[in-house]
Write a protein that binds this ligand. Structure first.
Ligand code: FES
Length: 159
């Protein structure tokens, strides 16, 4: 799965336009709208990977076009810092990328998602996602074992 942090004014509008234009792009992207990419912190990017996403897109306004003046420039620096940190923990820095586009760039938004999808497909699933899946599986097994020992009945929603 790819998460796309999109600024409300440009990238989110471009994503909306791509939908209106009925452009096809991989459906494994989840779009999160932000008022500005300047709201992005390095820990948000790392937390996304901790939760098992395979790639992250940060998409903001064109340089010089940020509605909060320098938000997109700040975001670019934070994305660069996140790349360094990913490298330090052994994850490919290419899994996170910053893009700039205008609200009229519906076609470009679809192309960005397709490009990241291809890139992630070549890198393979995030090793953190595999660990997350194993941990969840083990936690679920542990929970089932605990409920068996205690005689407690649990619905799958309760896990
Ligand atoms: Fe779009 Fe700042 S308002 S990146």
């Amino acid at each position: 799965m790819i998460v796309a942090f999109c600024c409300h004014y440009c990238a989110y509008a471009a994503a909306d336009l791509a939908g209106t234009m009925r452009l096809q792009y991989p459906d494994s992207v989840r779009i999160l709208r932000l008022p500005c990419t300047g709201k992005i912190e390095v820990n948000y990017l790392l937390a996304a990977f901790e939760r098992g996403v395979d790639g992250v897109i940060v998409a903001g306004c064109l340089e010089g076009g940020c509605h909060y003046q320098e938000g997109n420039l700040r975001a670019r620096r934070r994305v660069e810092r996140a790349k360094q940190m990913l490298k330090e923990i052994g994850l490919e820095p290419e899994r996170v990328e910053m893009f700039n586009l205008s609200s009229a760039d519906g076609t470009r938004f679809a192309a960005i998602v397709a490009e990241m999808y291809e890139r992630i497909a070549q890198l393979g699933p995030s090793p953190l996602r595999l660990n997350t899946a194993v941990c969840s599986e083990e936690a679920a097994k542990g929970d089932i074992l605990r409920s068996r020992h205690s005689g407690e009945k649990r619905s799958p929603e309760g896990l």
